[in-house]
Design a binder for this molecule. Sequence first.
Ligand code: ATR
Length: 290
Amino acid sequence: DLYNFRLIRPDTKVYGIIGKPVGHSKSPLLFNAAFKSVGLNAVYVHFLVDDVEKFFNTYSSVDFSGCSCTIPHKEAALKCMDEIDSIAKKIGAINNIVRKPDGRLVAFNTDYIGSISGIEDGLRGLNGAIPAGKSPLAGKLFVVLGAGGAGKSLVYGAAQKGARVVCANRTYERAKELADKVGGKAMTLEEVENFHPEEGMILANTTSVGMKPNVDDTPISKQALKHYCLVFDAIYTPKETRLLREAKETGAEVVYGTEMLIRQGFEQYKNFTGLPAPEELFRELMEKHA
Ligand code: ATR
C-alpha cells in the first residue's frame, strides 16, 4: 500500500524523491498517506536518478510539482535551480525542490530547519515562555562538533538564529574556515574538553563518532557535558548514542537525530502543499515502519 493507489488523472500532482539508491526511502509512504489524509489529488513516487542534470532537463517539460532530493544529489542539483533559499545556498546543499506554477524550480534545505527547530523546541521546554518572534537560541553559546555537510547546516542555522557559534573539528582548518563565515570561533575537539566560559551552553554533534557499529565511542567526555543545558546528536543509528545517554545522566535536555529526520519532512510537506504538516500521522508511520 506504499502509493495508496488511487485514480491518477491528468491533473494529479506528481511529487517524488530523487536519489541513488532510493528504493529504501520512506518518504513515499509518509507523503502519500499525508496527501490522502487531506484528500489532495497528488502522488509521491521514487525516482531512481543517475544523472540529476539530465533529470531536470528532461522533466522541465513535464508537469511535476516538486521533489525531495537525497544522496548523492543534494549538491549537484543546485545548478539546476532557478532560485535557492539563502541559507541553503550557503550550506551548499538542497533537499527540497518546489516547482512554481510558472515552471520555475525553487530549492530549500529542510535538514537545517529540522535540527534547529528541534533544538529550539527543546530549549522552550527548558526555559519556559520566550517572547514571541524571538528564537530561544538568540544569544546562546552554541558548540557544533564537526565541519562536514551536517556541521555546516548547524553552524549557519544557529548563526541565523542569533546564537554565538563555536565550531570544533578534528581537522582544525575546516572548523576555522566554517567559523570564519559566521564570525564564530574555531577549535579542535580536544579544546572543547576544557571550554566552558559559561554554563548552560548548547552542544550539537555532527561528527560520525558514536554511529553504529562504534556505539561505545563518544566525541566529548561526560565530565565536559555538565556545562551544557541541551545536547543534540545528528546520528540516528542508534537512536540513543552514548553522547545522548551521558548527556541525560548529567541532567541535560537531549534532542535525538530522529527528531531532525521527521521535522525535515514536516518542512518539505509545508513547502510542497502550503498546508500545515500532519505531524502526528508522520510520527505514527515512522514508529510503525522503523
Ligand atoms: P556529514 O555530511 O554527515 O557531515 P562529512 O561531510 O563526511 O559528513 O563530515 C564528517 C565529519 O565527522 C567531519 O567533521 C569529520 O572530521 P574531519 O573534518 O576531521 O574529517 C568528522 N569525523 C569523522 N570521523 C571522525 C572521528 N573518528 N573523529 C573525529 N571526527 C570525525
